[in-house]
Design a binder for this molecule. Structure first.
Ligand code: NDP
Length: 447
C-alpha cells in the first residue's frame, strides 16, 4: 500500500474508530488508489486524500413531530455535504432507525465517486434521519417530513444541494418534503429529485436504479460472451431498487428467483414473472405489507423467515438490493458453491470486505454499487436538466440516456482498471475513474 494512503487511513481510524461503515468505505476506495498516487505526487502535495475524507459541511438538527395521539417525538436529522468539486451536492435522504452520522458519511463518501462516474456535473452528499416510517400513518409521516424540511430548507437549493430518496424515502416522502420546501422558500425550485411526474419529476426515475443495475450486469456478461437470457438471479430487498431490478430482468428473459425484506426471503422456484411482480408492487407500494404474504398468493414459493437469499438455491447471478453489509464472506462462499458467476450491486456497499475478497479470488464478475447502481442518481441528474430547460423528455429518451450512461460507466471503469494494471477489476476501475475527475477539479479550484 502507498505510504500516503496508509498514513491517511491510520489517522482516520484513530479519529473516528466508531464510524465502522465509513471507515470500511474509505478503506475500500483508498486501497484502490495506491497505483495512481504512486504515479503522480500532486495528489499528495495538495493533500487531496485528507480533504476527500472530511465532509465539506455536516448539518445536524432536531426534528420534533407529533403522532396521531398528539404525543411529541424527537428524531435526529442530518445532511452531510461531502464534496462539491464537480457540481452541487447530490444524494439521497434515508429514513431508517439505523441511521447515524457514520452511515451517512459512508453513503455521502461513496456518492462522490458514483456521481463522478455518471459523467454528469454532480457533487456528493447524503442525509436522513433515525425516524422509522414503517407502521406510521400518512399524517404522521407528513408531520415528520414537514418538520425535517423546516430546518433543512435553508441548507439546500438547486445550485447548492439537491437531495433525493433512499431507504424509507419514496414518492410520498419526497412529495411532502418538496411541498414544505416550497412553502418555506416561496420558490418552485428543482431542489429534490424523484418528484411526481405532474410536478417536475422525470419518467424512468423510479425505475432507474434497478434498470441501470441490470444494464450494467448485461455489459459485464457481454465481456464473457454471455447474456441474461435464462439466467437464474437472486435479488434481495423488495423496495424501489429490487422491484425494478426484477422488472427489467423479466423483460430481458432472465429468471428472478427471490425477493426479501427485513423479516425474511421468498424463493420462487418457477421464477417471479410479470403477474407475480404486479402483486409485489401492490403489496409493497400500496398496502405496505410484508414479503411473507407472497406465499399465500403463490403457494409453490417458499418463505424463509429471518434469512437472506444468498445460497438458498442455485443461481447464476446475485443482485443485492436491500442494504449495506447484507452479504458476508459465508454468504459469498454459499453463492459461489451454488454456481454464481456474477454479482452486480443495487444497494450501497451490500458486500462485506470478506465477500468481495471471495468474489475476487474466484475471479467472478463483480460490480461495486458505486458503478452498477449509479443509474438512479444519473437519472436524477437528467431530472435536474429537464427542470432547468423546463421540458420533459419521453420515456424512451430518458431510458436511452440511462442505458448510454450505464454503458459509459462500464467502459470507463474497465478502461481505468486496464490502464492501472488490474484488468477486469471493476472496484479499482470505478474508484480510480471516480477519483481522478474529482481530485483534478479540487486542485484546479484551489483551497
Ligand atoms: P426501499 O426503502 O425502497 O427498500 C429497501 C428494501 O430493503 C426493503 O425491502 C427493506 O425491507 C430492505 N431492507 C432495508 N434494511 C434492511 C435490513 N437491515 N435488512 C434486511 N432488509 C433490509 O429502499 P431502496 O430500494 O431505495 O434502496 C435499497 C438500497 O439501494 C439501499 O442500499 C440504497 O442506498 C440503494 N440505492 C438506492 C437508490 C434509489 O434510487 N432508491 C439509488 C442507489 C442506491 P423492510 O421494508 O423490511 O425494511
Amino acid at each position: 500500500m502507498n505510504a500516503y494512503v496508509a498514513k491517511v487511513l491510520e489517522e482516520l481510524r484513530a479519529k473516528q474508530p466508531w464510524e465502522k461503515e465509513f471507515l470500511q468505505a474509505v478503506e475500500e476506495v483508498l486501497s484502490s488508489l495506491s497505483v495512481v498516487l504512486d504515479s503522480d505526487k500532486k495528489y499528495e502535495e495538495y493533500r487531496i486524500l485528507e480533504r476527500m475524507v472530511v465532509p465539506e459541511r455536516t448539518i445536524l438538527f432536531q426534528v420534533p413531530w407529533a403522532d396521531d395521539k398528539g404525543e411529541i417525538h424527537v428524531n435526529q436529522g442530518f445532511r452531510v455535504q461531502f464534496n462539491s468539486a464537480i457540481g452541487p451536492y447530490k444524494g439521497g435522504i434515508r429514513f431508517h432507525p439505523s441511521v447515524n452520522l457514520g452511515i451517512l458519511k459512508f453513503l455521502g463518501f461513496e456518492q462522490v465517486f458514483k456521481n463522478s462516474l455518471t459523467t454528469l456535473p454532480m457533487g456528493g452528499g447524503k442525509g436522513g434521519s433515525d425516524f422509522d416510517p414503517k407502521g406510521k400513518s400518512d399524517n404522521e409521516v407528513r408531520n415528520f417530513c414537514n418538520s425535517f424540511m423546516r430546518e433543512l430548507y435553508r441548507h439546500i437549493g438547486p445550485n447548492t444541494d439537491v437531495p433525493a430518496g433512499d431507504i424509507g424515502v419514496g414518492a410520498r416522502e419526497v412529495g411532502y418534503m418538496f411541498g414544505q420546501y416550497k412553502r418555506c422558500k416561496n420558490s418552485y425550485d428543482s431542489v429534490l429529485t424523484g418528484k411526481g411526474l405532474e410536478w417536475g419529476g422525470s419518467l424512468i426515475r423510479p425505475e432507474a436504479t434497478g434498470y441501470g443495475n441490470v444494464y450494467f450486469a448485461q455489459e459485464m456478461l457481454a465481456t464473457k460472451g454471455e447474456g441474461l437470457e435464462g439466467k437464474r438471479v437472486l435479488v434481495s430487498g423488495s423496495g424501489n431498487v429490487a422491484q425494478y431490478t426484477v422488472e427489467k430482468l423479466i423483460q430481458l428473459g432472465a429468471k428472478p428467483l427471490s425477493m426479501s425484506d427485513s423479516n425474511g426471503t421468498i424463493i420462487d422456484p418457477d421464477g417471479i414473472d410479470a403477474e407475480k411482480l404486479a402483486f409485489i408492487f401492490d403489496l409493497k407500494n400500496k398496502k405496505r405489507g410484508r414479503i411473507a404474504e407472497y406465499i399465500n398468493k403463490f403457494p409453490t414459493a417458499q418463505y424463509h423467515e429471518g434469512k437472506r437469499p444468498w445460497g438458498l438455491v442455485k443461481a447464476d447471478i446475485a443482485m443485492p438490493s436491500a442494504t449495506q453489509n447484507e452479504l458476508n464472506g459465508d454468504n459469498a462462499k454459499a453463492l459461489l458453491e451454488n454456481g454464481c458467476m456474477c454479482v452486480s450491486e443495487g444497494a450501497n456497499m451490500p458486500s462485506t470486505p470478506e465477500a468481495i475478497e471471495a468474489y475476487k479470488s474466484a475471479k467472478i464478475l463483480y460490480a461495486p454499487g458505486k458503478a452498477s447502481n449509479a443509474g438512479g442518481v444519473a437519472t436524477s441528474g437528467l431530472e435536474m436538466s429537464q427542470n432547468a430547460i423546463r421540458l420533459s423528455w419521453s420515456r424512451e429518451e430518458v431510458d436511452e440516456k440511462l442505458h448510454s450512461i450505464m454503458r459509459s460507466i462500464h467502459k470507463n471503469a474497465l478502461e481505468a482498471a486496464e490502464e492501472f494494471g488490474t484488468p477486469g477489476d471493476y472496484v479499482n476501475g470505478a474508484n480510480i475513474a471516480g477519483f481522478k475527475k474529482v481530485a483534478n477539479a479540487m486542485i484546479a479550484q484551489g483551497f
